[in-house]
Design a protein around this ligand. Structure first.
Ligand code: UT7
Length: 332
């Protein structure tokens, strides 16, 4: 490893989604909703749902291997793995499981939780290790299986989320730095707006000592409040990131936001003066896949040739915490 530090390049990406597809029409058979309502209010048409045989670790491993191959590396070349997820297979974390599955035996791996902002937080975290020269080749994964934590009788939340995993390789380069700017935020005073809380069942162990053994309750969200927060805060965060990067909105080739709602994407682009044609989105096919949504859409845009080497992309994640973060980088 080169301890002198250096610039960063994002050189590979990959993604994986579960096989089963749940359409809006399927949902209309389950709760009182319609394809028209879901599509008009969110832009979603379908989402992928993990079966009992599929796991977050397996999907992440598939996405990771594709990203590593695109970067021209082998898993043994990876020094750091950061997994952004709120839904690990194991509450102790799933990053090490993924490390084992892909055979990245020279890496250190850990989980990071920042809900739907997790991928951008993880990218920024990995970038610090690359810039200081601590680790040369890093793997950043965003993955979530929120379908496992939904109340399937609550139409206000169950229609929104899907499952998936996306990964990128972030490498040290000797000249230049293609991570042009970043920004991270959290606001605990609005923590109540979006939760997946622990629900305890008391259990008396012995006289005077009561333990709690429970599980997590399904997602609860104040959709309107989160919507207002996103439309107000995300443009500001991207503006601050552009300022640090010495860029204007015209310099950006693409805007890639957390895929929560197409109306949020349109409103943010409008506030920034970015034309709709520069919005990258796959919300129709995947719904809201939480920490996976940005790398899933990035991978699709890169593999289809929509995003080309040297393109400048502004990404922004937002969600529970409340948290939000943005980064601007040049692909390739
Ligand atoms: O990933 C984390 C970040 N999450 C977000 O950014 C989500 C932000 N919020 C949103 O995207 C939107 O608030 C939602 C898509 C969640 C909801 O859209 P909305 O336009 O804010 O709808 P609403 O909650 O105000 O509900 C409007 C109406 C209500 O009926 P009434 O009270 O007007 O009679 C709801 O009961 O739509 C009703 N409704 C539905 N109707 C059919 C709520 N869910 C559904 C549904 N199908 N699935």
């Amino acid at each position: 490893m080169d301890n002198t530090g250096g610039g960063i390049a994002i050189t590979g990406c990959g993604s994986a989604v579960p096989k089963a597809i749940l359409t809006n029409h399927h949902l209309a058979q389950m709760v009182e909703t319609s394809d028209e309502w879901i599509h008009t209010r969110t832009g979603m048409s379908q989402r992928h749902i993990a079966s009992p045989a599929e796991s977050l670790s397996q999907l992440s491993a598939v996405a990771a291997k594709k990203a590593i191959a695109m970067a021209g590396l082998s898993p043994k070349d990876i020094h750091l793995i950061v997994l952004a997820t709120s839904t690990p297979d194991d509450l102790f974390g799933s990053a090490c499981k993924i490390q084992g599955l892909i055979g990245a035996s020279n890496a250190v791996a850990f989980d990071l939780t920042a809900a739907c902002s997790g991928f951008v937080f993880a990218l920024i975290t990995a970038a610090q290790f690359v810039r200081t020269g601590t680790y040369e080749n890093t793997l950043v994964i965003g993955a979530d299986l929120l379908s496992r934590w939904l109340d399937w009788s609550d139409r206000s939340s169950c229609v929104l989320f899907g499952d998936g995993a996306g990964a990128i390789v972030c490498q040290q380069i000797p000249n230049g730095d293609r991570l042009l700017g970043f920004q991270m935020n959290s606001r605990g005073s609005q923590n109540h707006c979006l939760n997946l809380n622990y629900q305890h069942n008391s259990r008396a162990l012995i006289d005077g000592i009561v333990s709690q053994q429970g599980t997590y309750q399904p997602i609860t969200m104040n959709g309107k409040e989160v919507y207002r927060f996103a439309v107000a805060q995300v443009p500001e965060a991207i503006e601050k990131t552009m300022f640090h990067a010495n860029l204007t909105a015209e310099d950006l080739d693409w805007l890639l936001l957390h895929q929560a709602n197409h109306r949020i994407m349109d409103a943010v682009a409008k506030r920034l003066g970015i034309p709709p044609a520069k919005i990258l989105s796959n919300i129709a096919e995947h719904g809201n896949t939480s920490a996976a949504s940005i790398p899933l859409a990035l991978d699709a845009a890169i593999r289809s040739g929509q995003v080309k080497s040297g393109d400048k992309i502004a990404v922004s994640g937002f969600g529970a915490g409340l948290t939000w973060a943005s980064a601007i980088f040049e692909w390739g």
